[in-house]
Design a protein around this ligand. Structure first.
Ligand SMILES: Cc1cc2nc3c(=O)[nH]c(=O)nc-3n(C[C@H](O)[C@H](O)[C@H](O)COP(=O)(O)OP(=O)(O)OC[C@H]3O[C@@H](n4cnc5c(N)ncnc54)[C@H](O)[C@@H]3O)c2cc1C
Length: 463
């Protein structure tokens, strides 16, 4: 592991934390060990205020076993999967560390990654990525650093409720290993909600407890897969395959006449499409690559923006319901067992069912069922996806080729809700701090980690 100077223990932060530790009777609690939760916990622990981390999923090694089994057999563990468990949603990803966020925290996040074993090239590359293979190790090392500074990890502990006194948080409730007899409550005055965008039960619980939240627009669509070789040829021309170049990527977007945005997202060169469900009978896709990005296909999400008009109501959780309906339809269209519905791009454009594989072998496991994806979406979303394929085909040769594979459904591009937070950084209950992607304040690994660090700073200076 490369050791680099991480500028994360400035004396002032530490002094503030030490005097606050004397004032705060209980350690802070961080819910979730995704990038937001981990970096919040790391910043708190380094500053001398080590937190308790409640994570509903398992540690990364046991989680990996569950995920591999799911991809092989379609048997899902609802609390240990691609969304839930140590490292959060990005653990089985390409580990792209590109972000639209700027400022000193971004550098600190990258330095902490390197300190925890990520390749040092992420400090200077324009489009840094570390791959799922490095990420799993980095996540474990981050845990060790937090523990060395006094932090406590509780895996398979789900945050299920909280109590307030005079509008201020005073305790949390949790349940261990999903067994009601293992429910307990813990006094707490500062709790960070770094729960990610898939914790639908937790969103509902928060709303029932009058935590202010609102709908947030997001995007839905499919994964599109091409042979990496074709994308290399389109992007590099005669230099395609040159060892210094690495597998090519792309990022495409357009605004359609009806006002909808269409774009590609989370591209995984030399990677695979993964089953990313976290609920029974709900099918979800996403993408993942190893650091080497050495698989045959390239894939990316092909997305259409959706809003309250698509959700059919202004209830704060209407977007969640919209997602759920899509995921249930995708599950049914695949025929069950988390087999994903898939279609050739050419058939999707022509409006006819696909009957079998073409030139591109789909990488999704446990498998795909050839069908007609037009049954999945509204007419408007289908037309937007069709236009996107044709438009992007004008920019990347081969993008709209007949045999490109569409696998559905890509439904969890970002959070469908935003948990309100005021100028103090807290939610409508004082002491409860919404953080990261699930709360609606970040959009990827690095921005979630940055939000986690900022949230720690808020706690360190405001309690
Ligand atoms: C397959 C895949 C590939 C991706 N690829 C990339 C990429 O290459 N680059 C990128 O920037 N982003 C990528 N993303 C998105 C990125 O992973 C997320 O934006 C990021 O992980 C969000 O961080 P977070 O900490 O806010 O939430 P999450 O990472 O979702 O973490 C939330 C954690 O909270 C836990 N939790 C939820 N509810 C509770 C509860 N009630 N009690 C206890 N614990 C709870 C969950 O188990 C989870 O571990 C990918 C996502 C997926 C699924």
């Amino acid at each position: 592991m490369l050791s680099i100077e991480v500028n994360s223990e400035p004396q002032k932060e530490k002094q503030t934390a030490l005097s606050m530790a004397q004032r705060m009777k209980q350690p802070p609690i961080v819910v979730g060990s995704g990038p937001a939760g981990l970096f919040c916990a790391l910043a708190l622990a380094r500053a001398g205020l080590p937190p308790i981390i409640l994570e509903r999923g398992k540690d990364v090694d046991r989680r990996q076993t569950d995920v591999e089994l799911f991809w092989k057999t379609g048997v899902l563990q609802t609390n240990s999967n691609v969304q839930f468990g140590e490292g959060g949603a990005g653990t089985f990803s390409d580990g792209k560390l590109t972000t639209g966020v700027h400022g000193p925290y971004v550098r600190r996040v990258l330095e902490e990654f390197v300190n925890a074993g990520a390749p040092s090239e992420i400090l200077y590359r324009a489009k840094p990525h570390i791959g799922t293979d490095h990420l799993r190790e980095v996540v474990k090392n981050l845990r060790r650093i937090i523990q060395e500074h006094g932090g406590e990890f509780r895996f398979e502990h789900q945050f299920t409720g909280f109590s307030t006194e005079n509008g201020r948080l005073c305790s949390v409730r949790a349940v261990r290993a999903q067994t009601p007899e293992h429910a307990y409550s813990e006094a707490a005055s500062a709790v960070v909600l770094a729960i990610g965008h898939s914790a639908r039960d937790t969103f509902s619980m928060l709303l029932e407890n009058h935590i202010r939240m609102e709908q947030k627009n997001f995007s839905v669509g499919v994964r599109i897969e091409h042979p990496q070789e074709k994308i290399d040829q389109s992007q590099y021309g005669k230099f395609a395959g040159h060892p210094a170049l690495g597998p090519a990527d792309y990022k495409l977007s357009a605004h359609l006449a009806d006002g909808r945005g269409v774009y590609t997202f989370c591209m995984c060169p030399g990677g695979r499409v993964v089953a990313a469900a976290s609920e029974e009978n709900h099918l979800v896709t996403n993408g993942m690559s190893r650091f080497a990005r050495d698989e045959r296909n390239t894939n990316s999400a092909l997305l259409v923006s959706v809003d309250a008009k698509d959700f059919g109501g202004d209830h704060p959780l209407a977007g969640v319901q919209f997602q759920k309906n899509l995921e249930r339809r995708a599950f049914a269209l695949g025929g069950g067992g988390f087999i994903a519905p898939a279609q050739l791009a050419g058939d999707f454009l022509l409006g006819r069912e696909s009957c079998g594989v073409g030139e591109v072998g789909p990488s999704y496991r446990p498998g795909v069922r050839w069908t007609d994806l037009r049954g999945l979406f509204s007419g408007e979303i289908t037309r937007a996806l069709q236009q996107a394929i044709l438009l992007f085909g004008q920019k990347i040769e081969g993008f709209s080729s007949y045999d490109a594979v569409l696998t559905a459904v890509e439904s969890r591009s970002s959070s469908p809700v935003r948990i309100w937070r005021g100028a103090s950084g807290a939610s409508s209950a004082a002491g409860l701090y919404p953080c990261g992607v699930g709360a609606g304040y970040a959009g990827g690994i690095v921005s979630a980690a940055v939000d986690g660090m900022k949230c720690a700073q808020t706690i360190l200076t405001s309690n």
